[in-house]
Design a protein around this ligand. Structure first.
Ligand SMILES: [Zn+2]
Length: 142
């Protein structure tokens, strides 16, 4: 017997998967280790939005945004079925992410968002790692 209705199941799955793609997050993690970057925490839940990576010293929140869940303009293909549902859901995710960014910045934090598609290739990962390094330097307190 299926306890969850179809709709609540997809909401639940949305919750699980919109917390971030494990494999892309792992690539960033490995990149940070390779660069010797320290002082970050995973899924830090004491600031808005529970960033995938949180750098306390720089007060920098990094999110890895899934192309589907965050409505990537390059990659998003809405499923043929339940388009209205998915459209509303993704729109909600985008709005929520904007609110999180605004709340973080209002408290003097920095925000850096990475698209999942930028982590698909090795060259892409290297580019993202360079951006992270630059952002960390820029956000370093004087
Ligand atoms: Zn994308």
């Amino acid at each position: 017997m299926d306890v969850l209705s179809k709709a609540s199941r997809s909401v639940l799955m949305g919750k699980v998967r919109s917390t971030g793609n494990r494999s892309t997050e792992l690539r960033v993690r490995m990149g940070l280790v390779r660069l010797g970057v320290r002082g970050w925490q995973l899924h830090f839940d004491r600031v808005h939005g529970t960033p995938d990576f949180w750098f306390e010293r720089q007060r920098l929140a990094i999110f890895v945004d899934g192309c589907f869940w965050h409505g990537c303009p390059n990659c998003l293909r809405l499923p043929k079925q339940n388009r209205t549902y998915w459209f509303a859901k993704i729109k909600g995710n985008i709005a929520r992410a904007r609110k999180i960014d605004a709340a973080l910045r209002a408290e003097g934090n920095h925000v850096f968002r990475i698209w999942e598609h930028d982590l698909k290739s090795r060259a892409g990962v290297q580019r993202v790692m360079r951006q992270i390094e630059q952002t960390l330097n820029r956000c370093m307190p004087a």
